[in-house]
Design a binder for this molecule. Structure first.
Ligand SMILES: Nc1ncnc2c1ncn2[C@@H]1O[C@H](COP(=O)(O)OP(=O)(O)O)[C@@H](O)[C@H]1O
Ligand SMILES: N[C@@H](CCC(=O)OP(=O)(O)O)C(=O)O
Length: 373
């Protein structure tokens, strides 16, 4: 994909790119981002920023030399830093004549379909107003079990939410290497990836004390974005100016993850990656085949086991007899009801569960496959 063909882009900037050697945020980096955004907008590209850096900025303010390890410490430092970070962004964007807006998202904000649509509508409105959303995780209220944890995953979900056609992840290395280049000098840069699963073994964790997740979470983001049909470019922050349409250089050097042709759209995106799933339904081989190869709904007959608890209309994972997750979907019955009907023929369901006259436990329209068909 050529940058010149992109109409809407999500730029994710990691802490490693914003950190000042003396601590805190490097204003030159924010200035650089603002000028590239101005150039992109000038040529008609809509931009959304997903920026880390709240903890790094808070550490600068509080003169801390080490990142807090405990949750409350991290949340307090992020609360100090987020204001500083957003002030810098809005100030430098304003110098380019651009209005910026802070959007803080928690995992829970995308977990319910109605909340997901609400976030979608707000971002759409901001873009229509020519405003640049500057998104970060709402670190101060996020709890360990219910957080994105890293902004790489968040940026992929945001790219899906806003229907971007490119996700750019800016970091402190030139792209994906065959091994961590900070530890292995013979590591080779991979310029293009068509199958993320095939390169997962190359990734390891964060490369600095500030980064979260390292290449592991970047590949997780690539998996999500490419399944949404969105290309992802992993780029060194030092190459940011090359995204500017006026730059005469070739396509920027980095790793490009090709979008998949069979893209997930709309509600199927939410089901697969944004909605929360508490439990799982195990199915026999016949049901697994019907779901994966024949595009069928899940019927009670093929269910062999139920794990976890949920209410009607929540999302469940569907696993095969080897416990591999094959699909996720909105379930029509509670866990207790599924236990009652598992193994039964569809026409008998109404004898066991009240106020239910459907046949499918998970309807095909409300299901997303998590493996290749
Ligand atoms: N195979 C790999 N290729 C490139 N970088 C890798 C690889 N495995 C691990 N890394 C590490 O990932 C780091 C980037 O992730 P991270 O530190 O989380 O930065 P950011 O703050 O930009 O998200 C690199 O500095 C590098 O040390
Ligand atoms: N939300 C946190 C950053 C989390 C994160 O993913 O960091 P990074 O790996 O540097 O992109 C913050 O603003 O400090």
């Amino acid at each position: 994909m050529k940058i010149s063909e992109v109409r809407r882009v999500v730029l994710k900037i990691g802490s490693s790119s914003l950190n000042h050697p003396q601590g805190g945020i490097d204003e030159r980096a924010i200035n650089e981002i603002a000028s590239v955004i101005a150039a992109l907008k000038q040529s008609g590209v809509e931009c959304i920023i997903v920026s880390s850096g709240a903890v790094a900025a808070g550490m600068g303010q509080l003169k801390l030399s080490a990142r807090p390890r405990d949750l409350a410490g991290k949340q307090a430092v992020a609360a100090v830093g987020q204001g500083v970070l957003i002030e810098m962004y809005t100030r430098y964007l304003e110098r380019q004549g651009i209005i910026g807006a802070q959007v803080l998202l928690s995992r829970i904000d995308l977990a319910q379909a109605s909340h997901y649509r609400n976030a979608q509508n707000t971002l759409e409105k901001l873009l229509r107003l020519q405003v640049v959303p500057i998104i970060n995780e709402n670190d101060t209220v996020a709890v360990d079990e219910l957080c994105f944890g890293d902004n790489d995953t968040l940026s992929a979900l945001v790219a899906g939410l806003v229907g971007a056609d490119l996700l750019v992840i800016l970091t402190d290395v030139d792209g994906l290497y065959s091994a961590n280049p900070k530890k292995d000098q013979s590591a080779q840069l991979i310029k293009e990836v068509t199958d993320v699963s095939a390169v997962e073994c190359m990734a390891s964790g964060a490369g600095s004390l500030l980064g979260t997740g390292g290449m592991v979470t970047k590949l997780r983001a690539a998996k999500i974005a490419t399944r949404f049909g969105i290309g992802m470019l992993l780029l060194n922050f030092t190459r940011l100016p090359e995204l500017s349409p006026s730059t005469k250089s070739q396509e920027p050097l980095g790793t490009f993850f090709q979008p998949l042709k069979h893209r997930l759209a709309g509600r199927k995106r939410w089901i697969a990656y944004a909605g929360l799933s508490e439990g799982s339904i195990q199915v026999d081989e016949g049901a697994a085949k019907a779901l994966v190869e024949e595009g069928k709904s899940l019927l009670a007959k093929g269910i062999t086991n139920v794990e976890g608890t949920w209410e009607r209309k929540e999302i469940v994972r569907i696993i095969n007899s080897q416990r591999e997750e094959i699909a996720r979907g909105v379930v029509e019955l509670s866990d207790a009801e599924v236990k009652l009907v598992k193994g039964l023929h569809s026409e008998k369901l109404h004898q066991f569960v009240e106020s239910f006259d459907g046949e499918e436990v998970v309807h095909r329209d409300n299901m997303t496959l998590m493996v290749d068909a």
